[in-house]
Design a binder for this molecule. Structure first.
Ligand code: FAD
Length: 366
């Protein structure tokens, strides 16, 4: 375990905003988790689990507690009758996992290529793209439960997956630290017809190889043509969620000619289209650029504070609401506190004075 002090959240998140975090604790083995949470509980420090920071927004005032990050690595294979089960440690970079799986001819996550982030965050908002979601292949996750101070396993059905959600970012937000994820992947190919933009790319480029590795290449090419690279452009990907409509609202939107994608019980309205139609695509608002190529994406071009981002966000939401009557919902998480509950074991001795600076846990480096 490594403990670092006073690290700027802007350096840990792809939107590149946010003041200093008091502690950043990097976890290299599951056994270190009780000690890390014990340390936070003893000194009443709020905690926040961070991955790559691609879906998290830091606040200007920073974070007065401990940010805990998984650095646990490893991919373990178990053969199954029709494929391979992969157990992936949460600190693995997600796209490396997709590259690994597709190189073995495994289907199930090739559509999720190039999504920035760590494997441990993938089930949190049930990452999805090009017709696949991680919930399609996720078997279970191994977690540290900060409420009971124990290690346990949650199955996919325990997680109550939905569109960009699971219990990990709703009812049980902040409770579980994901240690590893287990995926059931199969030998084979994605069923056709594939997602519309993939089919279009295949036919335009006369590609007849539908193997997972080939579809991965196509997804990467499509994404690179329209989405910012977090290494060179600051963003958190899609800043707003798409809108799910019931049957009546779907019919009303269809009657007005809005592009609604039919689902089993209604439809999905593309929020990016609403932003575009409201005349906001390409606009620079308080240093935040509404991407001209993908209007759901906000790029931090010259914003210097969270306040700039929040002001731009609110102006976009108001403009879309005033024009179309739909209220956009933010997708990225805000880096705010979860108070660690006291643990019976593993915590350093409590300090008698709240003004005494906490001592980092054993084995820490600064
Ligand atoms: C350019 C760009 C494109 C993107 N495209 C997509 C896309 O196509 N589809 C999509 O779904 N998302 C997309 N995203 C969003 C983002 O990549 C995903 O949400 C990704 O899973 C975030 O991973 P992370 O490690 O950066 O998570 P973080 O932002 O660090 O954390 C996100 C949430 O997960 C929690 N968390 C992280 N690690 C753990 C853990 N080990 N245990 C428990 N909780 C944890 C955090 O507390 C937080 O609530 C995109 C983002 C960018 C910047």
């Amino acid at each position: 375990m490594r403990v670092n002090e006073n690290i700027l959240i802007s350096s840990l998140t792809t939107m590149r905003l946010g003041g200093p975090a008091r502690y950043v604790i990097e976890i290299e083995r599951p056994e270190e988790l009780p000690e890390a949470y014990g340390f936070a509980a003893t000194y009443h420090l709020p905690t926040f689990v961070l991955g790559y920071g691609a879906n998290t927004i830091g606040h200007d005032e920073g974070f007065p507690g401990a940010i805990i990050i998984s650095r646990m690595k490893g991919i373990h294979e178990t053969p199954t009758p029709d494929g391979i089960q992969l157990k992936v440690m949460s600190g693995e970079y997600w796209d490396d996992v997709v590259a690994y799986a597709t190189s073995k001819g495994l289907t199930g996550i090739e559509g999720l290529s190039l999504i920035p982030g760590l494997a441990g965050a993938a089930p949190v908002q049930n990452i999805g793209a090009y017709g696949q979601e991680i919930s399609d292949t996720l078997e279970s996750i191994d977690v540290y439960d900060t409420a009971t101070h124990s290690f346990t396993t949650l199955t996919a059905s325990d997680l109550h997956f939905g569109y960009r959600q699971s219990i990990l970012n709703t009812t049980e937000s902040g409770r579980y630290f994901v240690i590893s994820i287990t995926l059931n992947l199969k030998h084979g190919q994605m069923p056709r017809p594939l997602y519309r933009s993939i089919e279009k790319y295949l036919s335009e480029h006369s590609i007849t190889d539908f193997s997972p590795a080939s579809i991965r290449d196509v997804v990467i090419a499509i994404r690179r043509s329209k989405l910012p690279d977090p290494l060179t452009e600051a963003s958190a990907g899609s800043f707003f969620k798409n809108i799910f409509l019931d049957e009546t609202a779907t019919e009303a939107c269809e009657a007005k000619g809005y592009p609604v994608h039919r689902t089993t019980d209604g439809g999905k309205l593309n929020s990016g289209w609403l932003i575009e139609q409201a005349g906001l695509a390409g606009q620079l608002i308080h240093g935040i650029r509404v991407s001209p190529k993908a209007s759901l994406v906000l790029i931090n071009e010259s914003a210097t504070s969270y306040t700039d981002l929040a002001t731009a966000r609110d102006e976009i939401i108001s403009k879309v609401y005033d024009t179309y009557g739909f209220w956009l919902e933010q997708e990225p998480v805000e880096l705010v506190a979860h108070l660690a509950s006291p643990s019976a074991s593993s915590a350093p001795s409590p300090s008698t004075s709240s003004s005494t600076p906490p001592t980092p846990p054993t084995g820490a480096t600064k």
